[in-house]
Design a protein around this ligand. Structure first.
Ligand code: AHG
Ligand code: MN
Ligand code: MN
Ligand code: MN
Length: 339
């Protein structure tokens, strides 16, 4: 039997970014530099997560953040690593982090043209159990003459120039997409210290019978959500099979699986959390861009396109349904019946 040849033409993230830059004649290299800083932040966060149990980095930090979450030690470290990477690249003017109540302004770089929103560690409640967590990021380009204030970030997701997330699981994965582009997946090769392009042009399957939601909230769900989830569990058609349930509780991991296998991920707004749980700037919008660019769909609890939702403040929240096109369409159709 024939042995498969080893791939010697490896595309590293470094090569990928350089090639992307050379496609744009007008490019200054600022965005590429910013991406290199992101890449460094991901590698260092991945490193500390792997070592957490060995170096006393498990457990709580003792404070809570602006959205009321108890911070884990690694939430704080991930945040510090991310902030210094963004500062040191000199191309970022504004930064919003889940772990920082206020917007960070890098006044030392008044001419920097980018703004970034990040969730340094998504799924941090899972950290001590060794379950996959990740980092979510969104990059915005400041408008010409922007003052460098909060208003520059209170924009719809359609304004993002790039977004993506990492998942620190059995291996570290990076999923990245640029405005109007496709979605590419990289795997960190720890021996090389490089992210390698392993999932070029990711396309989410059009449908798949998997749903991902925290069912413990069902008491608080609105009627359309109850009816929709019930329709998956108790199919009405003759011979219909119920959907499988998968819920990790780290959005990055649930989203990564959904991207690869298809299905739906939902964190709807409900009677207890009328604005939903997940935050628009650094959780919902960047994920929505990834899903749309991979051929999927993402809407909020009002069935509006997630990417068009404008946050009122930097930590604003939203309900979200995202996944395969046909699965999200079912959610929309069920909601229509209630209008
Ligand atoms: P974070 O760890 O950044 O605060 O985000 C947690 C989010 C997300 O990862 C996940 O999908 C959701 O919270 C899980 O919430 P529940 O525990 O309420 O299901
Ligand atoms: Mn949190
Ligand atoms: Mn999160
Ligand atoms: Mn977080």
């Amino acid at each position: 039997n024939k042995q498969e040849a080893i791939n010697t033409d490896i595309i590293t993230l470094t090569r990928f970014l350089t090639e992307e830059q050379s496609k744009h004649k007008e490019a200054t290299g600022d965005f590429t530099l910013l991406c290199h800083a992101l890449q460094f932040a991901f590698k260092s966060i991945a490193y500390y997560i792997r070592r957490a149990t060995l170096v006393n980095l498990t457990g709580l930090a003792g404070q809570s953040n602006a959205t009321g979450d108890d911070q884990k030690k690694l939430d704080v470290i991930g945040d510090e690593l991310f902030i210094s990477a963004m500062r040191s690249c000199g191309r970022v003017r504004l930064l919003v982090s889940e772990e920082q109540e206020e917007l960070i302004m890098f006044d030392e770089f008044p001419n920097a043209r980018y703004a970034v929103a990040c969730d340094p560690i998504d799924g941090s409640s899972n950290l001590d159990a060794g379950v996959s967590v990740g980092t979510i990021f969104a990059v915005y380009k400041l408008a010409e003459g922007a003052k460098g204030t909060k208003e520059d970030l209170l924009k719809p997701g359609t304004e993002m120039v790039a977004s993506g997330f990492t998942m620190y699981g059995a291996s570290a994965q990076l999923v990245i997409t640029m405005k109007g582009g496709n979605v590419n997946g990289f795997t960190l090769d720890t021996a090389f210290g490089e992210f390698i392009l392993t999932h070029p042009d990711m396309q989410i399957p059009k449908k798949r019978a998997i749903y991902s939601v925290n069912e413990g909230n069902s008491l608080y769900w609105e009627e359309p959500v109850k009816e929709y989830i019930n329709s998956l569990k108790y199919p009405q058609e003759e011979g219909g099979k119920p959907y499988s349930a998968r819920y990790i509780g780290s959005m990055v991991a649930d989203a990564y699986r959904t991207l690869l296998y298809g299905g739906i991920f939902a964190y709807p707004s409900d009677k207890k959390s009328p604005k939903g749980k997940l935050r628009i700037l650094y959780e919902c919008a960047p994920m929505a861009m990834v899903f749309e660019n991979a051929g999927g769909k993402a809407v909020n609890s009002k069935m509006e396109r997630m990417l068009e939702v404008v946050p009122e403040h930097i930590h604003d929240r939203s309900g979200i349904f995202m996944g395969s096109e046909q699965e999200v369409q079912k959610v929309i159709d069920t909601h229509k019946k209630f209008q």
